[in-house]
Design a protein around this ligand. Sequence first.
Ligand code: SF4
Ligand code: SF4
Length: 149
Amino acid sequence: MTFRQQPLADLDEQQWEALCDGCGLCCMHKFQDEDSGEMFYTNVACHLFDAASCRCTDYARRRQRVPDCMHIRTFTPEQFAWLPVSCAYRLRFEGRPLPDWHPLCSGDRESVHAAGISMRHACVSECEVPEDERAAHILLHIGEDSHEG
Ligand code: SF4
Ligand code: SF4
């Protein structure tokens, strides 16, 4: 069994970080349906997100700088449903395999972008979108079928 098949709780820090596919979806603003709890992602990015590299520009200090930044390692079981359906942590939490486009499967960090899963060059900064306009940026599809690979 490789670490990508191990339970999340068994992963060391390096393995945990490697599990992230680099899609950037969790760095987008989200809305939660108050009744169903369902999460809707937008293409409005956190101000620390760099759309060209699809990465956080201050990953080491992300949680000091952005209090809302997700801390997946401390999630309760219920909170995993906040993640995109394509997110590797959600897939592994649910006991599902990683898709073929995941860099750990493909051996290529570009494959997540080639698969159309990522937010690279596909988002706008929160600095450019007033809060009351962000709901208009909800993404209708965020890789629903992507976990079938
Ligand atoms: S949504 Fe999941 S896989 Fe994608 S960048 Fe965030 S933590 Fe990584
Ligand atoms: S602080 Fe960094 S990791 Fe956290 S949401 Fe913003 S861009 Fe993403």
